[in-house]
Design a binder for this molecule. Structure first.
Ligand code: BG6
Length: 488
């Protein structure tokens, strides 16, 4: 009888590393010819657990932000000043043995106004330097072309992704960076968590798009459609410029469980899950799935599409599926239930799971469920491009940061990744979120720390910005050196 060998661990070229985003990391918001971005007009949230605020942006709040020339209320303007610390930070990643560093390019560093005649050379040069620093240390850059931001000018001019014209602006920007970094960057992702377009401003760049009116619901799906087309066009151009390019999508995965085995709950969970699989169905399979036709009809959503859009989406499917995984969710057919807080989406409380300081329910087995489900459905390489624990780390008087909870969290997730690989899943890498403490996407806090490296900065922006190694730093170094074998 013929039987294939079961893999006994991570593949040889597994991409171990960490993931970041320009708007949470770089700072230097008004330096080097950079334009203002949509992320830099979102205020620090007033609540730690209500994640809706980051998507609430109006014309008035933008005007107020433009008048404010400080970073006091807008922490994403200051980040952790990676712009001036990148050499030191990349050297620390290299010390941990990183094979890959996921980062994003700030669109407004390259096209400050979104539609400038020529790209901003100073911005392009900055990333030349970052990539060459990565290469010096043998680290593969993994680049997100747009991570939760765009030039604010495109919001002011055309309400961001609500307008079809933004497709051309994005494609031009993507083409510029594909050409400039040809042979230097091989791994790309078009949009971070493309499903964010259905939540509001951070994804759409359109004012008031968080509102639950029929018009705004329609606008969100229209904005998403424009991103699907833009992504598909960029994938085709990226492959033409360099056939070696590997270009992926990126989704916030929400594995949904039924609350009970009541078939009503099972069906409710299935629908919820489909609404999350929808994004990858489009970007990996290359077409809108049938179940969305019904969803659109029943929710009064009418998309305006050009005849060529379907063809573009079909031709622009991705090479790999990148996703973030922080938690799973629970759904029932009953609407009167206790809610859990979570990664921008709200599910119900799962009594079998513990939660982080921010109430995000921790579910390592759910990661395996997701990996197996994705692999069964799509048969393309998978890449976990975000996973991690936001926690309130404290520095001891002797300058040490002990974070056993982070080690425990990651260890449990890595064990499940290994199980999925044994099940036959093609997993190409793991870039955990926030290898160095950075500004939170949802709340703009600094005190929600994910890193192996502690950054001395508080929520108000006070601190020396000095970097310190946490216990998890030494742990992850061992994990990478042993290719995932030594997890203790
Ligand atoms: C992901 C985003 O959803 O979650 C990141 O892609 C974000 O940008 C991460 O930082 C963690 O979320 P938060 O809100 O804790 O920073």
């Amino acid at each position: 009888m013929y039987r294939k060998e079961i893999p006994d661990g991570f593949p040889k070229n597994f991409l171990w590393g960490g993931a970041t985003a320009a708007n949470q990391l770089e700072g230097a918001w008004n330096v080097g010819g950079k334009g203002l971005t949509t992320a830099e007009v979102v205020k620090k949230a007033s609540s730690r657990t209500d994640l809706s605020e980051m998507n609430v942006v109006t014309k008035e709040s933008i005007a107020e932000a433009i008048d404010d020339k400080t970073d006091e209320l807008y922490p994403k303007r200051r980040g952790i000043d990676f712009y001036h610390h990148y050499k030191e930070d990349i050297a620390l990643f290299a010390e941990m043995g990183f094979k890959a560093f996921r980062m994003s390019i700030a669109w407004a560093r390259i096209f400050p106004n979104g539609d400038d005649k020529t790209p901003n050379e100073e911005g392009l040069k900055f990333y030349d330097s970052v990539f060459s620093e990565c290469k010096k240390h043998g680290i593969e850059p993994v680049v997100t072309i747009s991570h939760y931001e765009m030039p604010l000018a495109l919001t002011l001019k055309q309400n961001g992704w609500a307008d079809r014209k933004t497709i051309d602006a994005f494609v031009r920007y993507a083409e510029t960076v594909f050409k400039r970094y040809k042979g230097i960057v091989k791994y790309w992702m078009t949009f971070n968590e493309i499903n964010a377009a259905t939540w509001g401003f951070m994804g759409t760049g359109a004012v008031d798009s968080n509102l639950s009116t029929p018009e705004q619901l329609n606008l969100r799906y229209q904005a998403l459609h424009h991103q699907f087309v833009a992504s598909a066009k960029a994938v085709q151009i990226g492959h033409k410029i360099d056939p070696e390019n590997k270009i992926g999508c990126m989704i916030a995965r929400m594995q949904t469980y039924p609350k009970t085995c009541n078939p009503r709950d099972v069906r409710a969970a299935q629908l919820q899950d489909e609404l999350n699989l929808f994004f990858t169905d489009v970007q990996v399979r290359g077409e809108y799935p049938e179940y969305m036709n019904r969803y659109f009809k029943e929710n009064g959503i009418e998309l305006s599409m050009k005849p060529e859009d379907e063809d573009e989406i079909k031709k622009g499917t991705v090479d790999y599926l990148g996703f973030s995984y922080y938690m799973s969710t629970v759904t029932s057919g009953d609407s009167k239930v206790e809610k859990a807080s979570g990664n921008f989406a709200m599910g119900e409380l799962n009594p079998y799971l513990e939660a982080s300081d921010w109430g995000w329910q921790i579910d390592p087995v759910g990661l395996r469920v997701t990996l197996n489900e994705y692999w069964d459905r799509y048969r393309v390489p998978l890449f976990i491009v975000e996973n991690g624990l936001g926690a309130l780390d404290k520095m001891d008087e002797d300058g040490q940061i002990h974070d056993p909870y982070r080690i425990d969290y990651m260890k449990k997730h890595i064990i499940q990744m290994k199980e999925a690989i044994k099940d036959g899943v093609d997993l190409m890498g793991y870039t955990m979120w926030g290898p160095i403490d950075l500004i939170s996407a949802s709340t703009s806090e600094m005190s929600k720390r994910y890193g192996f490296i502690y950054v001395d900065q508080d929520d108000e922006g006070n601190g020396t910005l000095k970097r310190y190694k946490k216990d998890s730093f030494y742990w992850y170094k061992k994990v990478i050196a042993s290719n995932g074998k030594d997890l203790d």
